[in-house]
Design a protein around this ligand. Structure first.
Ligand code: NAD
Length: 275
């Protein structure tokens, strides 16, 4: 007897993503680069964005095209500049014909007590970690609505759910992006668009490496104490989250399996916020 097998539902598999296009802000490093690689592996064309050494960025772009057989582009748009953000989306449209997936990931951090927290740092953190997502979402939603399909993922943080001292601007921006996520999810729910926030715990990227000495100073600790007693102390797994784990979650949200997940804050933080 021949047993007939039926192909699985392609919309639930990453195969359904082949040929789609994504913009990942802040993807020259860390979590954004991890998400870009995961999407590229699933066959998604990617537009990279962020700062860094031009030759290194070009190498990353070429490696993605070669390793995954997709189209990769780069925009140097500065996320503090709304006009740059709109131009980045227009450039992705010109290169790929559309933007199906928007990952708002670019972010910076500054760790200092509120009394001396530099005003310029507050302004920059709110601009990059929060307002940039507003400008990008505002610019891509019309075309996503037109095609009745879209995925918007805001890389928030465990700090969108709970606070830590000395991170006033960051925690405010991350709590803010959760509000933006929920609001746009409601506005787009009937248009095949999902809008979610991924809330990572500590990932050992340049952003975290930089805050180890700053936290040591703010809390009068050694750097080793900061890693053990502050960073990993927050996470019951006592392990850093990896960029690959976050990339895998982003890809899942883009598949059909994620179609009914919208307006959600998805913790990926080793149990931090369960405490
Ligand atoms: P990272 O420093 O490795 O990468 C940040 C990226 O943003 C880089 O590509 C950088 O060039 C880009 N960027 C910074 N300013 C920019 C600007 N003005 N315009 C365009 N691009 C700009 O940091 P990361 O740890 O990968 O952080 C990425 C995101 O993840 C941030 O939103 C951060 O808040 C969030 N996050 C990080 C952690 C962590 O532990 N690393 C935890 C939770 C959330």
């Amino acid at each position: 007897m021949t047993i007939m097998t039926t192909p699985g539902d392609v919309s639930l598999s990453t195969k359904s993503l082949a040929g789609k296009s994504a913009i990942i802000t802040g993807s020259t490093s860390g979590i954004g680069l991890g998400i870009a690689k995961s999407l590229a592996q699933a066959g998604v064309n990617v537009m990279l964005n962020g700062f860094g050494d031009a030759a290194e960025i070009e190498k990353t772009r070429c490696d993605l095209e070669r390793d995954y057989g997709i189209k990769a582009a780069y925009s140097g748009a500065d996320m503090t500049k709304p006009d740059d953000i709109v131009a980045m989306i227009a450039a992705a449209d010109a290169k790929f014909g559309k933007v199906d997936v928007l990952i708002n990931n670019a972010g910076i951090q500054h760790v200092e007590a509120i009394e001396t927290f530099p005003v310029a740092k507050w302004d920059a953190i709110i601009a990059i970690n929060l307002s940039a997502a507003f400008h990008a979402i505002r610019a891509v939603v019309p075309q996503m609505k037109q095609r009745n399909w879209g995925r918007i993922i805001n890389v928030a943080s465990a700090h969108a759910l709970v606070a830590s001292p000395y991170k006033s601007a960051y925690v405010a921006a991350k709590h803010g992006i959760l509000g933006l996520t929920k609001t746009v999810a409601l506005e787009t729910a009937e248009h095949g668009i999902t809008v979610n926030a991924i809330c990572p715990g500590y990932v050992l990227t340049p952003l975290v490496q930089k805050q180890i000495p700053e936290t040591a100073k703010a809390r009068n600790l050694t750097e080793e104490q900061v890693v053990r007693d502050v960073l990993l102390h927050a996470q019951p797994t006592r392990k850093f989250v990896t960029t690959e784990e976050i990339g895998a979650l982003a890809v899942f949200l883009c598949t059909g399996g994620g179609a009914s997940i919208t307006g959600a804050a998805l913790p990926i933080e080793g149990g931090w916020t369960a405490q």
